[in-house]
Design a protein around this ligand. Sequence first.
Ligand code: SAM
Length: 213
Amino acid sequence: MRVRNKPWAKDEMAEHREYVVLEPTELKGKWQAEFNNDAPIRLEVGTGKGQFIIEMARQHPEANFIGLELQDSVLVMALEKVLEYENIPNLRFVLGNAKELDQYFEQGEINQLYLNFSDPWPKSRHEKRRLTFKTFLDQYKHVLKEDGLLQFKTDNQGLFEYSLTSMSQYGMDFLEISLDLHNSKIEGNVQTEYEEKFSQRGSRINYMLAKFK
Ligand code: SAM
């Protein structure tokens, strides 16, 4: 996601420790204590401006939600959005990189993981940057509980096909697949910013729910 650089982003986030975790390594193995409960934890990787994870946290007070984002200038927009609501105690934002998940979370600390409209990186020389490349799958497998689920949505056909192959070669099982999520029987979908934008332009949304063996 391209946004204007905001040099003040980190300072603003540091003023809202109730939502933003700037040093996630310090909470490794202690996330339930951070939420002050023993509810399951669901993580969105590449949360962008946060619409999906905020709405999920509001609809599911029985679970804890974390939105991970690489760019501070993007994550601060998610923070500004959440501040428009009453307190949402089961939500945190983390400034960090998906390639370091094992430094932020203990093995099996996450119950469910979401990848929404990840950058497609269509050039083959950029394959390693795709969030469904095997080095990222290693990270997800490590932090997910046994039987933990990975949900993936994208409008991008190339990335979807690549991800099906990459995840299948990794030995993952697919529980649900749809090539047109909005015209499927899958219930409870919460739309992301990108999902709204692309579906309004007529794109079909690809969806899969998978787990590691
Ligand atoms: N999920 C949102 C949505 O569907 O509207 C945002 C999609 S946007 C195309 C992808 C986001 O993933 C960007 O904000 C980008 O900075 C973030 N991202 C890309 N690589 C990442 C990584 N390695 N770790 C964390 N976030 C990453």
